[in-house]
Design a binder for this molecule. Sequence first.
Ligand SMILES: *Cc1c(COP(=O)(O)O)cnc(C)c1O
Length: 461
Amino acid sequence: MKKLEKRSWAEPFKIKVVEPIKMTSKEHRLEAVKEAGYNTFLLKSEDVYIDLLTDSGTNAMSDYQWAGMMIGDEAYAGSKNFYYLWDNVKKFYGMPYFVPTHQGRAAEHMVSQILIKKGDYVPGNMYFTTTRLHQELAGATFVDVIIDEAHDPGDPHPFKGNVDVNKLDKLVQEVGADKIPYVCIAGPVNMAGGQPFSMANLKEVKSYCDTKGIDLWFDATRAVENAYFIKTREEGYADKTITEILFEICSYFEGLWVSAKKDLMVNIGGIFATKNKDVFEQARNLVVVYEGLHTYGGLAGRDMEAMARGMEEMVQYDNVRARIGQVEYCGNRLEEFGIPFVKPIGGHAIFLDAKAFLDHLPQDQFPAQTLAAEIYIDSGVRGMERGIVSAGRDPKTGDHRYPKLELVRLTFPRRVYTQAHIDVTVESIASVYENRKNIKGLKMVYEPKYLRFFQGRFDRL
Ligand SMILES: *Cc1c(COP(=O)(O)O)cnc(C)c1O
């Protein structure tokens, strides 16, 4: 008889509605991935069995959120859902001024256009694709000031999202504080493997920036997950609630933006929020040009209601714990097979280390792109490339950027998949790993100008 060694946990919800998924054969998948140019972004969703492409807008809403969808006030101006959402932005993010947007990048566009002048520099704790592009389109040069540990997939640092204040100071010395409109902080840092920053580091950055008169702006898209890591890893926060920690984080910033498609567990939506009345007024004006009136910002009233309700659920400890617990479960099982991935296990995703996984492929044969395609062929599990393709080209030299991290991201939509789905995923990756020496690389046959990872096409070498 087996002795009881541990007590398991389970999700704080049960399933009320199900969506059938198609089972496909390997022949079908070989054909489908070829047709998609070996780019998992170009696969048809119905050809995918377990979709770990992204957790963006792919979350399962609760019955409370769906009920809210029925009371959408679809007035062009002054919808009551807008005012309820605004109240919750104040309550959870602590920002008095708010403009809704249809997605996070629309808010990034406004932040960049309002704050950046041509020739400016924007330091950040590693880049995010859309964030950096909007900063560059506004005329700024992005400068990575994250700690070195973030670029090492094996380093166990608990807060790999931290800013290296020496790197930041070096930039300030070089270009002058007046060329730095703001420091851009995100957490957990997606491109580093879902790695959080610590409150201590944030406070240190804030006090440094105060001496130089530079503001902090926050990509708060995954802030709840960062708050969870602070609660579970940082001294002094174990007894604080997620709500309290989130509120404290936001208090150090002049303003923030959110892609509601992540933490807020909805399918669409974005937030621009700030303490700065002048910046707010500019955003409220700019939103009319690109999104719609400032009381709907490209969203239906029902979407704003679902966002407001999602915000109330996102801060519930058991919800965050189940979400991050599922990622941990996947990581622990991959570990059993010796599969290389970024440590510590991140907040929203597992990042397979494609450089180590396919160590016979040079980086310009796109190891991560290749690995994502191979996993799809094996089982219909869809992940995505986060490596040389995502990093794009240097706007000055036109060469590929060669990032240190060459990763395949397996991202877990919130409240969507069961532990059995995770087991199937892990076993598929283990099978590809056993066969890894036979895998050949890819060549790029079509390259779009912007964000090439979305639409680029490849062929087998
Ligand atoms: C998704 C995301 C964005 C962009 O938001 P969209 O809603 O996809 O436009 C920006 N920053 C981070 C950290 C994100 O995860």
